[in-house]
Write a protein that binds this ligand. Structure first.
Ligand SMILES: NC(=O)c1ccc[n+]([C@@H]2O[C@H](COP(=O)([O-])OP(=O)(O)OC[C@H]3O[C@@H](n4cnc5c(N)ncnc54)[C@H](OP(=O)(O)O)[C@@H]3O)[C@@H](O)[C@H]2O)c1
Length: 321
């Protein structure tokens, strides 16, 4: 398959998996690769490094802070005004936060950076007709969302619902604001953000025009990225260095290039792959991509309730809906 006349956009393209994915897209022959980074300076620095690595200047830059809805909207408009049509969206930016933090719009930061700005960007591009008819939308998931990793437990949605008086919409909004009876846990909040990512991909796949592909894809465990800068000292100083050494021996850690390749491969998925969450085989954090089939991923009621919450809190729904 040739990508020479195609344009890809990667968020969080200045570091870790996003940087490597941008390089691989350039190496795979995409005609243009837009480096969408938190600041224009970071994007320009990434561009210089990528031109050097790839040996070909196919890179453009865009500033977007995907945790801020106003900034995401302005950046989307800037992109649209450039008249671009996007063939592949790699919605990779993400982080974890040690303590509960809120965005300017009152959304819990981990969820906002993983999903809310990405949702807004996607809705704006769809509304402007700036996604190709066979566009691929790939959003970063994580094996942590399986809920079976110690300390990465998922919220008990029945308990949250009960705490807010039995209403699922109020429960979803409470979770999105980081307002849960169980209190704040960085790991659980991260796992939950990636669960919403999987739910969002499923819900969006039911809404996009036929021919488009929407998938959540975990890059797998890649402890060599700069992700650890935002996590707790024990995780950063003990767990991550240990994972780098021991992880590869037990199928629990891989390289940045392997992780980034998962996104790039998903850019060639066929429509049958759409709506699914793709990650490592059961009990593993690397290896061939498999559809994740645990009941909490495929629960359409929760998928739709989370979708409705994202639409409510961003003020952006499907065009024409
Ligand atoms: N590494 C792993 O083992 C692993 C496993 C599963 C899933 N993931 C997911 O893979 C993705 C990339 O992670 P990584 O390991 O490559 O981490 P990383 O090295 O920390 O890179 C994260 C990227 O996201 C950007 N970003 C974060 N918040 C942003 C915001 N509000 N607006 C714009 N950009 C923002 C960062 O920009 P700045 O440099 O400006 O902060 C950076 O470019 C994340 O979604 C992560 O959850 C990673």
């Amino acid at each position: 398959m040739t990508h020479a006349d195609q344009t890809a956009l990667v968020t969080g393209a200045n570091a870790g998996l996003g940087f490597d994915a941008a390089a691989q897209l350039g190496e795979r022959g995409y005609g243009r690769v837009i480096l969408a980074c938190r600041t224009i300076e970071k994007a320009k620095t990434a561009r210089e490094q990528l031109v050097e690595r790839v040996g070909n200047d196919v890179f453009d830059v865009l500033a977007i802070d995907v945790s801020d809805l106003d900034v995401s909207k302005r950046a989307s408009q800037e992109l649209i005004e450039q008249g671009r049509t996007i063939d592949l969206l790699v919605l990779n930016a993400g982080l974890a936060r040690q303590n509960l933090e809120h965005t300017a719009q009152g959304i819990e930061m981990t969820l906002a950076a993983s999903l809310f700005g990405h949702h807004l960007l996607t809705m704006e591009l769809l509304a402007a007709g700036r996604l190709a008819p066979d566009a691929h939308i790939v959003i970063a998931g994580s094996e942590g969302a399986r809920g079976d990793v110690p300390t990465f437990g998922l919220p008990d949605y029945d308990a949250v619902k009960e705490a807010v008086g039995g209403d699922i919409d109020a429960a979803m909004d409470a979770v999105a604001r980081g307002d849960q009876p169980a209190g704040y846990s960085a790991n659980s909040t991260y796992a939950n953000a990636k669960l919403w990512v999987a739910w969002w991909a499923a819900a969006l796949s039911r809404r996009v025009p036929d021919g488009m592909v929407v998938v959540a894809v975990s890059p797998g465990s890649a402890p060599g990225t700069t992700f650890a800068r935002n996590i707790s000292a024990p995780m950063r100083l003990v767990m991550i260095p240990m994972m780098k050494v021991v992880g590869p021996l037990f199928g629990m850690a891989g390289s940045i290039a392997q992780g980034a390749q998962r996104y790039v491969d998903a850019g060639d998925f066929d429509t049958g792959a759409s709506g699914k969450f793709w990650a490592s085989p059961p009990g593993k954090a690397v290896g061939p991509l498999e559809v994740q089939t645990q009941a909490h991923f495929t629960d359409e009621t929760l998928q739709e309730a989370a979708w409705d919450s994202v639409v409510r809190l961003t003020g952006a729904g499907m065009p024409g809906a």
